[in-house]
Write a protein that binds this ligand. Structure first.
Ligand code: CUA
Length: 338
């Protein structure tokens, strides 16, 4: 091979490598980074992308060079020279990919181990997934519950995922970490938030009619603000039934499907809860019984115009929470949604 040819090949390789590098760097392919684990996951992405760019540059350079140099002449109908095997090249094209894939595996394995380690001073949050809502409870704070995942900045949290009905999957793109919530199996996920802000919590496993609605927010707060929120929530939980009911309504994500003026929610997937007295009349049941039944056994009576089976039974609500929720809904709907 002539020296000029090698220089041309190298030049083409640098050209294609530069184009691919610009495409990788200039387009924001990934969401902003908001956790330590995402930093590590991005490292795996970049190592892999770097290897891909090198392979692409090499292959594209050889193809472009061959197209330019060995193109068949218009009047040339002859066959090319017969070639059979080349042990040296075969060893190289087996060994090089094997080494590259092994390198990616090693980096990935190290990152997986690091991302699974919560450390000693971590906080626990139980994540409950059900069709079609997320509930977060804080066992270290006396089982405080919330419909949003609130986390203090720079502290590792271990999420314990549970599913009550079918398989769901917990994902916050900015945190990187992702895991399925499987019925009958506890899975864990470690997150150390590194950036204040509000991020989407997305269910990424098709789990039924309301799958696309199964979203909430993860809110990363200053540790002081988080402590203040915990304190405030504990006060609310100890409040009279009306207010406690509002907290149960909020923490179970009822508002993502239902409109209720008293709670300031505007969901439309399920019936408008300000019209509960009218619906109870239609169903021919006393208001309070009707509300209670509709929460624990939603298919007993389905308001015409809404699909049967969309609302999951909230039969696992603790009795006191169910009572305060029923009281709250009776009072808010009787008030005509004032
Ligand atoms: Cu839960 Cu999709």
């Amino acid at each position: 091979m002539r020296r000029g040819s090698i220089l041309q090949l190298v030049g083409l390789g640098i050209l294609f490598g530069a184009i691919a590098t610009l495409v990788a760097l200039l387009i924001p392919w990934l969401p902003p980074v908001a956790s330590k684990q995402r930093d590590r996951i991005d490292l795996v992405f970049w190592v892999t992308t770097g290897i891909c760019i090198a392979v692409f540059a090499f292959v594209a350079a050889v193809i472009a060079y061959s197209l330019l140099k060995f193109r068949v002449r218009p009047d040339d109908d002859s066959d090319g020279p017969p070639i059979h095997g080349h042990t040296g090249i075969e060893i190289v094209w087996t060994a090089v990919p094997a080494i590259l894939v092994a390198a990616i595996s090693v980096v990935s394995a190290v990152v997986l181990v690091q991302n699974d380690a919560a450390g000693k001073n971590h906080m626990n949050v139980n994540v409950t997934a059900r069709q079609f809502a997320w509930t977060f409870s804080y066992p270290d704070e006396g089982q405080l519950t919330s419909a949003q995942l609130r986390l203090p900045l720079d502290r590792a949290v271990e999420l314990h995922l549970r599913a009550l009905d079918v398989i769901h999957s917990f994902w916050v793109p900015e945190f990187g970490q992702k895991s399925d919530a499987v019925p009958g199996q506890d899975t864990t996920l470690v997150i150390t938030p590194t950036k204040l802000g509000t991020y989407p919590v997305i269910c990424t496993e098709l789990c039924g009619l309301g799958h696309a609605l199964m979203r909430t927010s993860a809110i990363v707060m200053e540790p002081g603000a988080f402590a203040a929120w915990v304190k405030e929530q504990k006060t609310v939980a100890a409040a009279p039934p009306g207010q406690a009911g509002q907290a149960v309504f909020a923490s179970n994500g009822c508002g993502s499907c239902h409109t209720l003026k008293a709670a300031g929610t505007t969901g439309t997937a399920g019936p408008d809860l300000d019209k509960l007295p009218a619906y109870a009349k239609q169903a021919g049941k006393p208001l309070e019984d009707f509300i209670r039944e509709s929460i624990v056994d939603p298919n007993a009576y389905v308001q015409p115009g809404f699909p049967k089976g969309l609302m999951p039974p909230f039969s696992t609500l603790p009795q006191d929470q169910l009572d305060s929720l029923v009281t709250y809904l009776v009072e808010s709907s009787k008030g005509g949604g004032k």
